[in-house]
Design a protein around this ligand. Structure first.
Ligand code: ADP
Ligand code: ADP
Length: 237
């Protein structure tokens, strides 16, 4: 699995949020992007997933520049690099299973969704994924009734429904207490190790990056200021 980021830049008006970022990954690693708030981490992840258009540069996955994809090819790519967010982005009043199946929306008609008539194979798969994440018993509850750690695992389950090769996690534990943070990071680590999916996670603490990542990219003011293994990380990245 190869991902090459080549001189990627994002300009908002006068502000260069991401400035000429380059790096290459040649296997499905667990990559942490660290840096203070405003360093450009979130903008960078959103460019990989095409939620934000880059101003310049290329991002090649398996040799193909994903920044040039349009229409259905772009949507397929967005399923292949599923994103999870700091605030989980679930539908609060909807039950857990429906939230997980939301990721399959583009495969179903509006009526299917409205009447909750998901194919039973999809429902079984959703339950299996929830079970793997240790939250199958929460399946019938509304998302809003769950703890933050459980909600983030629902968001991970929704991402896994798409069978993505990459999981992009934008500050996945920033809203969680330490115990829930550990549960969520452990889940991401397992998904990485057991399924061979690449994980790219924006993190704001060095400690988490050291514990979970095999590669760390440090950003400051939109630029890469560190790129190496956690062992090479000293303070101040
Ligand atoms: P981080 O994720 O590291 O906190 P961000 O990528 O959110 O950093 O932000 C990087 C910079 O880009 C910040 O200066 C931020 O204000 C700016 N920025 C992010 N999104 C937008 C936007 N949609 N419009 C204008 N500026 C933005
Ligand atoms: P983060 O948690 O990454 O720091 P923010 O709270 O900075 O995110 O940004 C939240 C949303 O606002 C994002 O969609 C981001 O793109 C947008 N945003 C951030 N900074 C600006 C800005 N200066 N102008 C316009 N939109 C912005």
């Amino acid at each position: 699995m190869s991902l090459e980021v080549e001189k990627v830049t994002k300009v908002f008006g006068q502000n260069t949020a991401v400035d000429n970022v380059s790096f290459a990954v040649d296997r499905p690693g667990f990559i942490g992007i660290i840096g203070r708030s405003g360093a450009g981490k979130s903008t960078f992840l959103r460019m990989i997933n095409r939620l934000t258009d880059a101003s310049m540069g290329a991002i090649r996955f398996e040799g193909r520049n994903v920044l040039e994809l349009r229409g259905s090819a772009k949507r397929a790519w967005q399923s292949d690099c599923a994103m999870i967010f700091q605030q989980f982005n679930l539908v609060p009043r909807l039950d857990v299973v429906s939230n997980v199946l939301h990721g399959t929306l583009n495969r179903h008609s509006a009526l299917t969704t409205f009447f909750n008539l998901y194919p039973s194979a999809d429902i079984h798969r959703a339950i299996d994924i929830l079970d793997r994440l240790g939250i199958a018993e929460q399946a019938p509850k509304r998302a809003e009734a769950l703890s933050g750690g459980q909600q983030q695992r629902v968001a991970i389950a929704r991402a896994l429904m798409q069978d993505p090769r990459i999981i992009l996690a934008d500050e996945p534990i920033a809203s969680l207490d330490p115990m829930n943070a550990q549960v969520v990071m452990d889940a991401l680590r397992r998904i990485h190790e057991e399924d061979g999916r690449m994980v790219i996670a924006n993190l704001h603490t060095l400690d988490t990056a050291r514990r979970y990542c095999d590669r760390v990219i440090g950003m400051r003011d939109g630029r890469v200021v560190f790129d190496g293994t956690p062992d090479q990380l000293t303070t101040g990245a």
